[in-house]
Design a protein around this ligand. Structure first.
Ligand code: FES
Ligand SMILES: [Fe+2]
Length: 442
């Protein structure tokens, strides 16, 4: 059995690769990480009216997210209390109630059991339906139209959980007057890799971009009059990491002309909105490119030109289901919205030119870890270790150079504290101590 106390060492920049393969670790993740963190459930645009629902997962647990008659959003385990079928098997829709397709138990929009077939004959009217409702997700948070849920009463309030990451999340979700919506439908695919490779990369890894995506960038630039595609190796830039979250590439790069992955109409529209964006976010935050991001544990997105959001649903230690959406500025002209969807399909989708680069790396690593020696060969996560700074360059919280693994270490620190079973009170105490010691550094 892997030693939970030494499996990751963010202070030294070391990871034991068995954290990506071990079944016991995985079972602890389901209970102590996914059971005690805020998980993305839905965006408000997916639940337009009373009775609107979507089906999703909180890690491996199926849940239904439902707009109530009073406009609020509730969620419950999509599992019938009779023998455990999914109560609802549609991906999304509008309904007045949900009826299990096995024996027909029915549940209302909140998940209360409201009908069992043959109640008089089969149950002699002796079943107390009020006791047999679906398991409710006890806490739901709505952050700027994004709904998150947690099973735990102990998890801090969502804003506290987000901490300094709010600044980076807002840079995308609060960017446009009128907000965002998600293009209808969810694109889903399977990658044979551990979920942490994906979540960590989106939190932290700008280092792979010039290498892994070199061919995709070249192909996309072909024949277009464009500036050098991102990122230049000299660009000044930072990465944020805190509370387990990460904003992996927040950097200043002047875009004198259109990058290859942004369509013409979109580019012109974005330029025309520059003043508005600067007013909303401040000029610095508006103009900086802020690329990949993860809200711990498994909700990620790309900014500035790659309009994708996704959840990395774990499926055992060696597999994920990616559920992804294209997010769109609600008030953008139809032509721009169509172009964004097309460009996002071209870059980040199952067949996208960059997406496939990433998936290939993660699958290959996972395959290597079948080897006994490979699985016991420590990984180096020490890039930029000791060079973190606090509240610098107008960026809140702990940041480091854009080419660093600071956010990865923050991710693994939070992950291991949770997997070990530390309480949220303990975790928050150590966060405070760390912030204090960082802010007092010369
Ligand atoms: S499993 Fe749902 S009614 Fe029997
Ligand atoms: Fe990538």
């Amino acid at each position: 059995m892997i030693d939970l106390n030494t499996m990751v060492d963010p202070g030294q920049g070391r990871n034991d690769p068995r954290i990506y393969t071990d079944q016991d670790v995985y079972q602890r993740e389901l209970e102590y990480v996914f059971g005690r963190t805020w998980l993305f459930l839905a965006h408000e645009s997916q639940l337009p009216k009373p009775g609107s629902f979507i089906q999703t997962y909180m890690a491996e647990d199926p849940v239904l997210v439902v707009r109530q008659r009073d406009g609020s959003v509730k969620a419950f385990l999509n599992q019938c209390r009779h023998r455990g079928m999914r109560i609802c098997r549609s991906d999304a829709g509008v309904s007045k109630a949900f009826t299990c397709t096995y024996h027909g138990w029915s549940y209302d929009l909140e998940g209360n059991l409201i009908n069992v077939p043959l109640e008089e004959r089969a149950y002699r009217n002796e079943i107390d339906k009020s006791e047999w409702g679906a398991l409710k997700v006890p806490r739901i948070a709505n952050y700027r139209g994004f709904y998150f849920g947690t099973w735990s009463q102990e998890t801090p309030e969502f804003e506290d959980y987000l901490g300094d990451m709010a600044f980076y999340f807002d840079a995308v979700v609060d960017r446009f007057d009128g907000g965002l919506d998600l293009a209808p439908g969810t694109t889903k695919w399977v990658i044979d890799c551990n979920w942490k490779f994906a979540a960590e990369q989106f939190a932290s890894d700008m280092y792979h971009v010039p290498v892994s995506h070199a061919s995709g960038l070249t192909a996309l630039s072909d024949g277009l009059e464009v500036t050098a595609p991102l990122p230049s190796l000299e660009m000044p830039g930072r990465q944020f990491g805190g509370n387990g979250h990460g904003s992996g590439g927040f950097f200043s790069q002047e875009r004198a002309s259109r990058p290859p992955f942004i369509g013409e109409a979109t580019y012109a529209w974005l330029r025309s909105r520059e003043k508005e964006t600067a007013e909303r976010l401040g000029i610095d935050r508006a103009h900086k490119v802020h690329n990949h991001n993860t809200v711990f544990p498994n909700f990620s997105w790309l900014g500035n030109g790659f309009w994708t959001m996704r959840v990395w649903h774990p499926r055992g230690p060696g597999q994920i289901e990616v559920w992804s959406w294209t997010y769109l500025p609600k008030n953008a002209p139809a032509e721009v919205r169509a172009e964004i969807r097309q460009m996002t399909q071209r870059t980040f989708s199952p067949a996208g030119s960059f997406e496939t680069d990433d998936g290939e790396n993660w699958t290959e690593i996972q395959r290597n870890l079948r080897g006994y020696k490979a699985r016991h060969n420590t990984f180096h996560t020490g890039m930029g270790l000791g060079h973190e700074e606090y509240d610098v360059h107008g960026l809140p919280g702990e940041s480091n150079d854009v080419f660093a693994e600071h956010a990865a270490r923050s991710f693994y620190r939070r992950w291991s504290d949770l997997v070990k079973g530390k309480s949220w009170t303990e975790i928050q105490e150590s966060d405070k101590t760390r912030a204090l010691s960082m802010s007092e550094r010369p």
